[in-house]
Design a protein around this ligand. Structure first.
Ligand code: GAL
Length: 473
């Protein structure tokens, strides 16, 4: 196997999933009335697994071999499904709440995006190889579900104004069908401007046509990136009002609404905080492109802490793609990651605490075991997917370390103690300084109980590393 990224396991190496079934991924899911439900139960454990919904609503069907739930609800309402997964070693049960209503993305979307991996060289073959790896390496069993093509798929508009894919995507519908047949979801990218950031055709004045094309491909997700709309349209018009900013995103919202399928709407405009909800966005990008460098990774959290109150289930502050595994696709060629293993634990822990959408963006087909294990820790992912949807708050911020606290739905707290120094350091946190109660402490990366700590907790944190814990009564 080709190795990308660090070979060495750090002290935080997560344990491999056990033989007994464990149900993972989100516990709440939003779907609109009359939209097809696309949901695969994520579960680990020795294969073969058998999937069952004990109280299956009559509108739904479940495939006992794949865990794919399908069907359609005609009315709004809440359905609490009791899921059971069994194998020869045992069984697991968990509830999945389906909210049939108008809000999608009730927990941060999780999946893969092509940009950091392949940049403009993205192709159908590469996307399929990545999706196959998501299945083969078990990432789908931990809840990773979107397969999103970023910039680089577009060809030219034909005589009817329809934007066709370029020669690297000979059969977009075939690719989409295959992705869906695996229980995964399919995403696409465009810009409200005449061209995208790569200079390829954007959707300006073709919003309805493009939405119709994507409807034909059964897309589940659209990343809509400002790019040339700013310099070609917005700056020239000279109107800086909120209405003017919202306009291009509303122009796409309308045709998306007309598609009888749920499409997560991810917008990149960097100033969206006051109006993202008004254009029906599910994700809103706050910062520029992430790089596999210590500075952006270690500082982005403190830059966005002030926006915490704008985030809620269905509208997530987007801290951009995860830069774990191979990187640099934006330069045209994937290369090993520049972050150390500890910095990658730092990154994954912070993104999980912030409840930001999690998008892997490396060449997964070439990913090493370290990268796969980093993305397969269910207790860490559960912090990100917690249904309360609260982002962590920065409670202690010194030049040496930061402490972030995320309130979870069950009344417990996840706490991340991040080492900003180049050397090991012991950090002691007093629970009263974090305004939380002490109690039982569990190390989430190691999946190990550490004991009871009633007033304070001391941990040795590796250079640029993290201790990620959950505190319960
Ligand atoms: C940038 C965006 C990146 C990627 C790129 C594609 O504007 O921030 O995430 O989508 O465009 O050209």
């Amino acid at each position: 196997m080709k190795l990308f990224g660090p070979k060495a396991q750090t002290i935080s190496s997560p344990p491999a999933p056990g033989k007994i079934p464990r149900i993972n991924g989100t516990t709440v899911f939003g779907v609109r009335p009359n939209s097809p439900l696309v949901f695969k139960i994520a579960a680990t454990g020795e294969k073969p697994l058998e999937y069952k919904v004990l109280n299956l609503p009559q509108e739904l069907a479940v495939d006992s071999k794949t865990g794919m739930i399908s069907g359609k609800f005609s009315k709004e309402g809440i359905h609490i499904l009791k899921i059971r997964v069994t194998n020869k070693s045992g069984k697991a049960e968990k509830e999945l709440t389906i909210h049939v209503g108008q809000t999608l993305a009730l927990t941060p979307p999780m999946g893969w995006n092509s940009w950091n991996a392949f940049g403009e060289s993205v192709s159908q073959e590469k996307v399929k190889a990545v999706a196959q790896t998501m299945i083969d390496k078990g990432l789908v069993d931990h809840g990773w579900s979107y397969v999103n093509i970023d910039d680089g798929w577009q060809g030219a508009r034909n005589a009817k104004g329809i934007l066709e894919p370029n020669e690297k995507f000979p059969d977009m519908k075939g690719l989409s069908d295959w992705i869906h047949s695996q229980g995964l979801k399919f995403g696409i990218y465009s810009s409200p401007g005449p061209t995208t950031c790569l200079g390829l055709p954007g959707s300006w004045q073709y919003e309805e046509k493009d939405a119709a094309t994507w409807a034909g491909w059964d897309i589940d997700y659209l990343k809509y990136d400002l790019c040339s709309y700013k310099w070609d349209i917005f700056d020239k018009a000279g109107d800086t009002s909120q209405t003017a900013w919202m306009k291009p995103f509303l122009s796409m919202r309308k045709p998306l609404d007309a598609i009888p399928r749920d499409i997560v709407y991810s917008i990149c405009s960097y100033n969206t905080i006051p109006w993202a909800a008004k254009v029906g966005a599910n994700l809103t990008r706050l910062l520029g492109d992430n790089r596999d460098e210590w500075m952006p990774i270690s500082t982005s959290g403190s830059k966005i802490d002030k926006y915490w109150a704008h985030q809620r289930p269905g509208l997530w502050n987007d801290e951009d793609l995860l830069v774990v595994g191979s990187s640099g696709g934006w330069e045209g060629k994937a290369r090993p990651n520049h972050l150390t293993p500890d910095e990658q634990y730092f990154h994954m822990s912070l993104w999980s605490l912030l409840a930001t959408p999690l998008f892997i963006s490396c060449d997964l087909a070439a990913a090493d075991d370290f990268t796969i294990s980093l993305l397969s820790n269910d207790e860490v992912i559960e912090v990100n997917q917690d249904p309360l949807g609260q982002p962590a708050r920065l409670k202690i911020n010194t030049p040496e370390y930061q402490v972030w606290v995320k309130e979870l739905e069950d009344g417990t707290n996840a706490v991340g103690i991040f080492n900003l120094k180049n050397e090991h350091q012991n950090v002691t946190v007093k629970w009263s300084d974090l305004s939380i109660n002490g109690g039982k402490v569990r190390d989430l990366w190691r999946q190990k109980n550490l004991g009871k700590f009633t007033t304070e907790f001391t941990t040795e944190v590796t250079p640029h590393g993290v201790t990620l814990i959950k505190i319960s009564r």
